[in-house]
Each structure stands twice: as structure tokens, then as C-alpha cells.
Write a protein that binds this ligand. Structure first.
Ligand code: NAP
Ligand code: HSE
Length: 478
């Protein structure tokens, strides 16, 4: 059984021997079996499923700061990695010190069932094996810590139901915005607020790529390769660039803030793969910056708007200064007003920081019931706003056959749909001033996305249009 504290003597962390109570002068506060009280001292075994970027970061952080954590918990928590799950035990690892070979396994059941494992940390990613591991850990009554937003966004309703049934918590601070403690902020610190909106930059990889394309003129592919090399990208980087990693995180935040299950199939998501250097040049010239934004907003009737897409934001907006792997989440509560949370949104150490915080929380939950927080689905008639009903201004890029009257043809359709135009531009390519096919950009006034979609469907039918128009939002984030 995972619940309850096991006393242990000294154990080996890296190359040194540690005595759980050594140095703190604390006494064992309980008898055999369950230990209670802050003066109890016990070594808790972690089953670390995944030893890649984040998993090895957790190991390193515990190696570096394990004693500090023990001190800060009043000597009550000593954490050690008892078992490690990987696919390939022979792979070279970027871990501090020596990791004893016998701790590795390739069989997740062995890890979950090991009596030396008290808390299961899922850091393998994906939604299949990860689901099995988390469900098995809950059934074995072992608290779970995970950084897997895809798993919780896609299958969180099932897993949190099981967590309540087994009365065993799932902690997931690392699942959103890496090292920024935003989950706890929404769950705890802002619990007294009606949340009006949560918006921001919640994918480090895409922010890094857009920044490198803008500031260093890198190609999309080169910038993505850099982000992968730095450990920011998902194992499947398509999730970063197609917007779904940010959407998974936005689903988690919206579920916590609004208390109803969100069907990922109803969320409007587009990613940065459509962003071309010409869009970046245009955004600069027009006083904007291109960012992948997640927008969650409650409407007056209680329905919730949730969308992720590349957007133009004014250079003067505070989110425009969020560079590289940094994330920023702006939360607007009715009592707290506007609060902005900023920090590293991906990478080994920042993410490990959140995982380790959850490990301490999980170890506290083993000592005394801390209640269930995860997905608490209290709102029965929760509803997502269809994206067609959401309104912003827009930047639309058309690939047109350059001939006299093209602007007028497009403008006429927009006028028929009562969509206002605030600007239009067609740059001359100095390398090919007589090009037959050119990019033509329209800046459009605020209108419902559904109305824009209808107009664009009509425009696509014009014989001067060569491919599907590219649409970015212009967000005022007011
Ligand atoms: P990673 O570097 O690809 O590491 C994954 C680890 O899991 C590897 O050790 C791999 O084994 C192991 N693994 C994968 N599938 C397995 C399976 N079926 N059975 C056994 N072992 C398996 O991934 P990561 O970047 O650390 O991300 C892990 C999780 O944290 C993901 O859910 C991700 O979304 C989340 N996360 C990542 C970051 C970040 O900045 N990277 C930030 C926040 C959250 P091998 O080493 O043998 O291949
Ligand atoms: N791939 C993710 C990102 C990791 O770049 O934001 C952090 O969740």
C-alpha cells in the first residue's frame, strides 16, 4: 500500500549516505505504520516514470535541494527516487551523480507496484501508457504527480473521477506554464474570485520560435530545432507548433476556473505553422508583435470563450515583451483585478521546480488528508462559446494573382458582409517586382468570426485567389 509512512534508515542519494532524521534533531512522532505530526520523519520513495528532460531535472533538483526541502518541511519530508521507468536503460542520461542501474526498469507495473514507491511521478508524456500508469497508481492508492497536460486535457475527467473514488490526489502544477505556479494560483490563491478572463502565452516553444524568426531572421525549421535542443519542445513537436499543447493547458485552466468538463473537440485551435516571415515583417511595420495566444473569457451569460491562435498584439502590450521560452498568464478576477504571472514556461529546471513542489504537496497528503482539488465539476450547464460567435479585429493574408481591380473585388465581398477595412497593403517583392502572384494583406475591423468565415468562403471563390486565406486575430486584450 502506498498510503502511510514507512520508516527507513539511511539511504543513498547520489554518492552520499543520508540519514532521514540526521542533522535536524527531530524525533519520530508516530509508531509503526502511519506517522503523523510535523516532527515525524520518514523517507518517501518516488517512482519516477520518465527520465528525459523533466524526469532527470527532478532527480537533479532532489540531489541539489533535497536537504533544503527536508528542512523547510520541518524535517518531515525526505524524498528519494526508488524506481525509474524508461524505454531504454542503456541510454546516456544528463543526471547529476551516479544513478544506480538497479533503479531502472522498463516495466511500468514493476514501478507502480514496488512497495518502495510511495508516490508515482508520471513524466513519460502521451495519453496511452501514461493513462495506464496514473490509473494504476491511483488504484494502488499512491498519490500521483504529473506534468502531462495532454493526458489531463483529454482524459482528466476519467482520471479525476478515479482520484476521488480512490481518495488519492493527482497533482499537476508542471502541466501548465513550466515553472510558473499558475495551477495553485487559480485553485487556491484566487479561489474567492469570479474569474473574468485568463489569457496569455502558454507555449514556450512557439514563443521561442516566433522570437528567433523575428529577432534573428531564422527559418521556422532552424528555430524549432533550437527549441528541441534546449529541451523545450514536446516529444511530438507538432503539438507545440499546431497550437494543441497550448490548447491542452488552456483546457486545464478553464476547467479549474469554470468547473465544467471541456470537450477538446469544441476548442478552436490554430498554431504558428502558418506564420511566415512576411507576417512578421507586416506586424513589425504596423506596430504589432505576433504571439501564440490562449484566450479564455467568461461571457455575461456564463458561457466561456476558449481559443488558441497566432495573434497580433500591440508592441506596447505587456505580453509583447515576453520573449524566448518565457510564458505570461494574465488572470482577471472580480476581486483581485488583473494579476500577471511571468516566468520560464518550459525546460528542465523550471519544470522540475513545479514537479518537486507537487512532490512535497503529495507527501503532505500522505500525512494528512488535504482534500481533492483537481477537476471539481460543479457547474452543470457550462457551455463553450462557439468560435463563430467570438469577435476581434483581424489580419488576413491573401495569395492573389496581381492584376488591376483585385483589391476592389475583395473589398466588395467584405462590404457585402458589412465588414470594415482599416488598411490594406501589397508589398512589392524587390527580387521580383513583376511577380504574377503576390501576398495581399487586409486589416479588418472587429466582427464576429462567423461573419468573417462566410465572407472568406466567398472570397476564396474569386478567380484571383490562389489559396486559402491566412487569418490572425488582432487582440486588444482589454
Ligand atoms: P522526454 O524528454 O521525451 O522524456 C520522456 C521520458 O519518458 C524518457 O525517459 C523516455 O524513456 C520515457 N518514456 C516515454 N515513453 C515511455 C514508455 N512508453 N515506457 C517507458 N518509458 C517511456 O519528455 P519530457 O520533455 O521530459 O516531458 C515529459 C512530460 O512532461 C510530458 O508530458 C511533457 O508534456 C511534460 N512537460 C514537459 C516540459 C518540458 O519543458 N520538456 C515542461 C512541462 C511539462 P527513454 O529516455 O528511454 O527514451
Ligand atoms: N512543450 C511545452 C512548451 C513544454 O514549449 O511550452 C512546457 O509545457
Amino acid at each position: 500500500m502506498g498510503i502511510g509512512w514507512r520508516r527507513s534508515g539511511s539511504f543513498r542519494r547520489g554518492s552520499e549516505d543520508f540519514s532521514p532524521c540526521g542533522g535536524y534533531g527531530l524525533e519520530d512522532g508516530g509508531g509503526a505504520g502511519t506517522f503523523r505530526g510535523v516532527n515525524s520523519c520518514a523517507s518517501l520513495g518516488i517512482g519516477l516514470a520518465g527520465f528525459g528532460t523533466v524526469g532527470s531535472g527532478v532527480w537533479n533538483t532532489l540531489e541539489r535541494n533535497g536537504d533544503l526541502i527536508t528542512g523547510r518541511t520541518g524535517g518531515g519530508v525526505m524524498l528519494h527516487v526508488a524506481k525509474i521507468l524508461v524505454r531504454d536503460p542503456a541510454k546516456a542520461r544528463a543526471a547529476t551523480g551516479e544513478v544506480p542501474a538497479e533503479r531502472f526498469t522498463t516495466n511500468w507495473r514493476e514501478l507502480v507496484e514496488d512497495p518502495a514507491v510511495d508516490i508515482v511521478v508520471e513524466l513519460i508524456g502521451g495519453t496511452t501508457d501514461a493513462f495506464e500508469i496514473v490509473a494504476a497508481a491511483l488504484r494502488a492508492r499512491k498519490p500521483v504527480v504529473t506534468g502531462n497536460k495532454a493526458l489531463l486535457a483529454e482524459r482528466g475527467v476519467e482520471l479525476f473521477a478515479l482520484s476521488r473514488e480512490m481518495d488519492v490526489p493527482i497533482h499537476f502544477e508542471a502541466a501548465v506554464a513550466g515553472g510558473i505556479p499558475i495551477i495553485r494560483t487559480v485553485q487556491d490563491s484566487l479561489i474567492g474570485n469570479r474569474i473574468h478572463s485568463i489569457s496569455g502565452i502558454i507555449n514556450g516553444t512557439s514563443n521561442y520560435i516566433l522570437g528567433r524568426m523575428t529577432d534573428a531572421g531564422l527559418t521556422f525549421e532552424t528555430a524549432l530545432a533550437e527549441a528541441q535542443g534546449l529541451g523545450y519542445a514536446e516529444a511530438d513537436p507538432a503539438l507545440d507548433v499546431n497550437g494543441w499543447d497550448a490548447a491542452h493547458k488552456a483546457i486545464l485552466l478553464a476547467t479549474l476556473a469554470y468547473g465544467f468538463p471541456i470537450d477538446p473537440g469544441l476548442v478552436h485551435v490554430s498554431g504558428i505553422e502558418q506564420v511566415r516571415p512576411i507576417d512578421i515583417t507586416f506586424s513589425k511595420n504596423l506596430g504589432y508583435v505576433v504571439k501564440l495566444l490562449a484566450v479564455i473569457r467568461e461571457h455575461a451569460d456564463g458561457s466561456v470563450e476558449l481559443r488558441v491562435q497566432p495573434s497580433f498584439i500591440a508592441k506596447t502590450n505587456i505580453l509583447a515583451s515576453v520573449h524566448g521560452v518565457f510564458n505570461a498568464v494574465a488572470v482577471h478576477g472580480d476581486a483581485a483585478g488583473e494579476a500577471l504571472f511571468y516566468g520560464r514556461g518550459a525546460g528542465q529546471d523550471p519544470t522540475a521546480s513545479s514537479v518537486v513542489a507537487d512532490l512535497v504537496e503529495a507527501s503532505r497528503s500522505l500525512r494528512q488528508a488535504s482534500g481533492h482539488r483537481g477537476f471539481l465539476l460543479y457547474r452543470e450547464n457550462g457551455r463553450l462559446v462557439p468560435v463563430e460567435e467570438t469577435s476581434t479585429a483581424y489580419y488576413v493574408r491573401f495569395d492573389v494573382t496581381d492584376r488591376p481591380g483585385v483589391v476592389a473585388e475583395i473589398a466588395r465581398v467584405l462590404a457585402d458582409h458589412r465588414i470594415g477595412i482599416s488598411g490594406t497593403h501589397s508589398p512589392v517583392n524587390p527580387a521580383n517586382p513583376d511577380a504574377e502572384f503576390v501576398d495581399m494583406v487586409f486589416l479588418l475591423h472587429t466582427c464576429a468570426y462567423g461573419k468573417l468565415k462566410q465572407a472568406l468562403a466567398e472570397i476564396e471563390g474569386l478567380d484571383c485567389i490562389n489559396s486559402e486565406p491566412v487569418v490572425f486575430r488582432i487582440e486588444s486584450l482589454g
